[in-house]
Design a protein around this ligand. Sequence first.
Ligand SMILES: [Zn+2]
Length: 343
Amino acid sequence: MSKSSPEATVSYPLDGLPDSGTATEAAPGVRWLRMPLPFALDHINLWLVAEGDCWAAVDTGLGNEEIRAYWRTLLAEHPLSRIVVTHLHPDHLGLAAWLQEETGTQIWMTLGEFASAHLMHTDTQPWSIAATQAFFLRHGLPIEKLASFAADKGAYRRGIPSLPVTYQRLNDGDRLRIGDHDWEIIVGYGHSPEHASLYCDDLHVLISGDMLLPRITTNVGVAPQAPEVDGLRLYLQSIARLRRLPADTLVLPSHGRPFHGLHARIDHLEAHHAARCDALIARCAEPRTAAELLATLFDRALSDGHQYFFAMGECIAHLNHLVQLGRLRRIESADVIRFIVAR
Ligand SMILES: [Zn+2]
């Protein structure tokens, strides 16, 4: 994910931030939890939705002892009725299986996220770090640039120490009755296989997960098991579908603060990605690899393997999109893939 401004069109109606592991009210019957993350992105927001005397948890936090300890305290006052997981990333899915076991409740998620999590957990080809290194090498990135990322082998499994083996399936358009209100499942693509956001029309509240964030842009990547996927088109189509929601919708994002300004934020993100596509086109009068184009998309120096991992995925996603639009052409040689303006 990368920073994107301006924020002028987005406003933040809630004062302050909850302390780690404590719950504060975000909307009637909806509580906001903030859990720490040991990354540059240093927190994730989780949500508790009132369901009778209990609470439906939306997302669970990274699977480590610190977050388990916060949950143990929280569960004393917030017994769970169910666990909804927006998508398979470790900060969201990490403690779902543990919470399921602790509370005897069920996990609700989409098939795409459930199945893909199990595939990623195997760390076999083409889901492995070695496959990612080989894929990015074909896109011009020297293997050593990913060294620190590769050394972090097993990070996905560490972040999700155990996976759920049973679940309740969520589908796009489903209506989940949670307590006093219906929540519509809105599936989105491009960030993860089948991401579930939840919208409550009674409250005008959207739990957006990672699909719509107020300050940083959602990471849109490409991975070796689907190397030519147009993830940017999937993402842009997904956020465009959110335009039908009311202008006064309160968006509860997984990172950053709850915000108003859903439509302005979608406008801004569309303009942001269009500008990045134009910048790439301007650089591709000569054939270029994705690695050569990183500086066009990222003005800051990339230092560690994780930054290269996200930056390369993002860059290839934009390039694949431009190929699909007919604006760029892919030139493949035996060892490298380059892109040039289509004429
Ligand atoms: Zn995510």
